[in-house]
Design a protein around this ligand. Structure first.
Ligand code: FES
Length: 120
């Protein structure tokens, strides 16, 4: 399988990402909590640059035992948000959190020494 160079490992800090072009494909490569994730940079909604948007932890409602609303907080689940219309994707899986049947195409990432590559 062909590989496309992404970056030197030391060039990517926690929460960083790179957009690489491999043939006709744009791929977003994320580095978060010691792991790399790579997805197609083409949003399933209307083709926007899904991997270039804000990264944010999932917002969850806090509901008390008496079922009253207590506000909101963040979970440990990290999302990134397509900047065109706000489709949100889970970083670990590439699933669209608004409709889990939809997901971005995922790519493998390999590290060879200090070099990071995405398998295309
Ligand atoms: S193109 Fe990504 S949300 Fe519309």
């Amino acid at each position: 399988m062909p590989e496309c160079f992404v970056a030197k490992a030391c060039e990517m800090q926690d929460g960083d990402r790179r957009i690489v072009v491999a043939g006709n494909a744009e791929i977003g490569v994320f580095y978060k909590d010691g792991a790399y994730f790579a997805y197609s940079n083409t949003c399933v909604h209307a083709g926007g640059p899904a991997c270039e948007g804000l990264m944010i932890n999932r917002v969850v409602d806090v509901i008390a035992a008496d079922r009253t609303y207590q506000g909101q907080t963040f979970s440990d689940e990290v999302h990134f948000v397509c900047p065109w219309h706000g489709y949100e994707y889970e970083l670990q899986t590439g699933e669209c959190v608004g409709d889990r049947r939809l997901r971005l195409k995922k790519f493998d990432v390999v590290r060879r020494g200090e070099d990071i590559f995405v398998v295309v």
